[in-house]
Ligand binder design. Structure first.
Ligand code: HEM
Ligand SMILES: *[C@@H]1O[C@H](CO)[C@@H](O)[C@H](O)[C@H]1NC(C)=O
Ligand SMILES: *[C@@H]1O[C@H](CO)[C@@H](O)[C@H](O)[C@H]1NC(C)=O
Length: 324
């Protein structure tokens, strides 16, 4: 009896241990290898096509993954359309008139339905893979995307308003936001490096341009003033590049911060030039593209693992814009 009990408890322990490993393993880079081996190559080719049409789409797809993951986890909640009876996240303050790339995600979803012979690949995984493929297509590092996320049946406009960091935040506010998501100061500096791609609207950098001009390099201030008039409402949607090479994944974003050319207040907060905060990290990545390449991928995997729905939680949406 004692032997049987100890046998049983050993096995219980093993069971608990192996469940522990499974729960911790959560996402898996090989999740679709057997069920749909063509899934990843198809996503890649559609992303490449979209970027060939318009280079900025790569930036937009990368940002989409960030705005998904920071709002109750990477669960494709950001893709749900508003209806008469449902309020999604698309019209939340950080997203409205700003997030892009939804049509590319739709195109991938339909292609995969055909290629995988059914509804196999979640919208949340599509967004995660499209972000990686965008980085690669624009000259950045590759990394293994961990997969197996499922899609939310809900969304939260309030959470989208509150959980996505605003470009008006100071360094301490940016750090708090990232720490509240289980991420570090290093993750903040690395993931902000995504601003090596894409553009921002005048409305998001006007206050920095006209009210903190002393923190902005002269020639940058002069050229931005052509793009972004001081009067609120005037040219709000005019676009400026987040770094000198918005269609190339490189370390110019960090170079710009060292030169006080950061476009957003939040960008320049990462480098103040007095050795405080993350000054050292910005300098390091500006001078060490190999380290940026390696560490950016690791940080993306960490961001991509924020509270995913797994197993039988959530669903695999048929249409990324609405719950089944
Ligand atoms: C650290 C806090 C961050 C703040 C305050 C911030 C803020 C912003 C703002 C205000 C814009 C311009 C939006 C517009 O004007 O319509 C923008 C663009 C962008 N953001 Fe961020 N962001 C942050 C972090 C990130 C992260 C972590 C990523 C991805 C990993 C990211 C990727 C991008 C990209 C690629 C663009 C350009 C999008 C395009 O051209 O369509 N950002 N960000
Ligand atoms: C989110 O922000 C938008 C824009 O500021 C506002 O109109 C909306 O009411 C907010 N939503 C919630 C649920 O707080
Ligand atoms: C600059 O600051 C002043 C005073 O605080 C404020 O009235 C004005 O709206 C700000 N301008 C911009 C463009 O944010």
């Amino acid at each position: 009896m004692a032997i049987a009990l100890s046998f049983l408890s050993t096995h219980l322990l093993l069971l608990v241990a192996s469940f522990g490993v499974l729960a911790k393993g959560q996402l898996d880079p090989h999740f679709y290898d057997k069920v749909c081996p063509q899934a990843l190559p198809v996503i890649k080719s559609i992303v490449e096509d979209a970027i060939k049409q318009e280079a900025r789409m790569g930036a937009s797809l990368l940002r989409l993954h960030f705005h998904d993951c920071f709002v109750n986890g990477c669960d494709a909640s950001v893709l749900l359309d508003d209806t008469d009876t449902f309020i999604g996240e698309k019209n939340a303050a950080p997203n409205m008139n700003s997030l892009r790339g939804f049509e590319v995600i739709d195109r991938i979803k339909s292609a995969l339905y055909y290629v995988c012979r059914g509804n196999v690949v979640s919208c949340a995984d599509i967004v995660a893979v499209a972000a990686r493929d965008s980085v690669v297509a624009l000259g950045g590092p590759s990394y293994e995307v961990h997969l197996g996320r499922r899609d939310a049946r809900t969304a939260s406009q309030a959470a989208a308003n509150n959980s996505i960091p605003a470009p008006t935040l100071d360094f301490s506010g940016l750090v708090s936001s990232f720490v509240s998501h289980g991420l570090t100061i290093q993750d903040l500096v690395l993931l902000s490096g995504a601003h090596t791609l894409g553009f921002a609207r005048c409305t998001n950098f006007r206050a920095r341009l006209y009210n903190e001009t002393w923190t902005l390099e002269d020639s940058q201030a002069t050229s931005l003033k052509y793009i972004c008039p001081s009067e609120s409402g005037d040219g709000d949607d005019n676009l400026a590049q987040l770094d000198g090479t918005p269609a190339k994944f490189d370390t110019v974003y960090y170079d710009w911060l060292l030169q006080r050319k950061g476009l957003l207040h939040s960008d320049q907060q990462l480098y103040k030039g007095d050795g405080s905060g993350s000054d050292g990290l910005v300098k390091y990545y500006s001078q060490n593209s190999k380290a940026f390449w390696e560490d950016f991928g690791v940080a993306m995997i960490r961001m991509g693992a924020l509270s995913p729905l797994i197993g039988t939680d959530g669903e695999i949406r048929m249409d990324c814009r609405k719950v089944n």
